[in-house]
Write a protein that binds this ligand. Structure first.
Ligand SMILES: Cc1ncc(COP(=O)(O)O)c(C=O)c1O
Length: 390
């Protein structure tokens, strides 16, 4: 009877470990054994954090900006973010609509803890980023997966059919990880219509907002109408846009009463986000737009290169955003006599020493997620090695 006390919670037992993080651990182990692995599994560009951001962070440290600060984030930073969003998406936000967190993962956790009661359902278009269902489950919620269309755009009829009286949220992620799809204004307007019709919230993860290609533009759903703004919890991150993954700066933009409730929770959970890192983020907002254009242009050319090379092995849709290819690998799995995408990614790791994530980690069998955020040399070398074993 007493040894029950040695067990961990059902809450934690119910969640899946992050497949990308466990693969990273395996790769680190192989590297330690002297293996030369190319990591096309990673979710971050290989660019250095822009120098002005580093300098501003060092300056903040030297000025002893090392103490507790406001739980919701520094006033100047929240002002700066509101200004950035208003200018970019024609919103009418102010600092009371913004709350900083330790990366957008933390923001997602805060949102679902604030929003969900046991059994509340969250509609998640599939394929999906690994953290979505787990952060829903951690809050007692139930993820309801809805397949996207063949081109990975939203299937709005299927979404509407999945709505029940327990549904509280429609979650969208555009530009999308893992598919690279960018949702157009028409389908986002329909998401808002559904949210109004069934009285739902929208959680919109826009961590890749600046990374779009092929002249496609990212649409911020909360900017579509006042009603859209009031229902949407926009999740944003400095990680991908400004090459600041290790700073852990993400933020939420939402109507004030929701921010106030999240702030109550945050006050007991982690308190303020790292104070001096926030000064780095403030500087990121002041960066010359030319620097950001260089980043997106470089990623677009890597996308074209990777798309051209890997299309030799499998059919691949050209992604409009984020930094992943998401090919259908059914034929390759069959040809090699393997069972599934996980076996294929292990095969490629062991034989070609290239790390790629299996589609099943994102809820989609028979696919692989190939990151093109690494250097051109690595993309070319990965292709060469894979050609020998596929
Ligand atoms: C869709 C999506 N949202 C959020 C994140 C996490 O970003 P952060 O570093 O802000 O926690 C990622 C990272 O891979 C992502 O793919």
């Amino acid at each position: 009877m007493y040894n029950k006390h040695m067990e961990n919670s059902n809450r934690v037992k119910s969640i899946e470990p992050s497949k990308s993080i466990s693969l990273s651990a395996k790769i680190a182990e192989l590297k330690e054994q002297g293996e030369d692995i190319i990591g096309l599994n990673v979710g971050e560009p290989d660019f250095a954090t822009p120098a002005p951001i580093i300098e501003a962070t060092i300056k903040a440290l030297k000025e002893n900006k090392t103490r507790y600060s406001l739980v919701q984030g520094l006033d100047q930073l929240r002002d700066g973010i509101a200004y950035y969003l208003n200018k970019k998406y024609n919103l009418n936000a102010n600092k009371d609509h913004i709350l900083l967190g330790n990366g957008s993962k933390h923001i997602l956790y805060l949102i679902f803890q604030t929003l969900l009661n046991d059994g509340d359902e969250v509609i998640i278009p599939s394929p999906y980023w690994v953290t979505f269902p787990e952060s829903v489950k951690l809050a007692g919620g139930v993820p309801k997966f809805v397949e996207t269309l063949d081109n990975f755009q939203l299937d709005l009829n299927a979404i509407e059919s999945a709505i029940t009286d327990k549904t509280k949220v429609i979650l969208i992620n555009t530009p999308n990880n893992p598919t690279g799809a960018v949702y157009n204004e028409e389908s986002l307007n329909k998401v808002v219509e559904l949210a109004v019709k069934y009285d739902l919230k929208i959680v919109s993860d826009e961590a890749y907002e600046i990374l779009t290609y092929n002249k496609v533009k990212h649409v911020n759903i909360s900017s579509l109408s006042e009603e859209a703004f009031n229902r949407t919890l926009t999740v944003q991150s400095f990680s991908k846009s400004f090459c600041m993954t290790g700073f852990r700066i993400g933020y939420l933009c939402a109507e004030k009463s929701f921010i106030d409730d999240v702030n109550k929770l945050q006050g007991h959970l982690s308190g303020n986000n790292c104070t001096f890192a926030q000064y780095g983020a403030l500087e990121a907002l002041r960066l010359d737009a030319g620097l950001i254009r260089i980043l997106t242009k470089e990623l677009e050319s890597r996308m074209k290169l990777a798309h051209q090379l890997f299309s030799e092995f499998f059919p691949i849709e050209k992604p409009d955003g984020a930094f992943y290819l998401f090919p259908n690998v059914t034929e390759t799995i069959e040809k090699l006599g393997l069972k599934n995408s996980e076996e294929l990614s292990l095969y490629i790791l062991e034989k070609a020493k290239v790390a790629i994530l299996p589609g099943i980690a994102f809820g989609k069998e028979n696919h692989l997620r190939i990151s093109f955020a690494q250097s051109r040399e690595e993309i070319i070398e990965a292709h060469k090695r894979m050609k020998e074993v596929l």
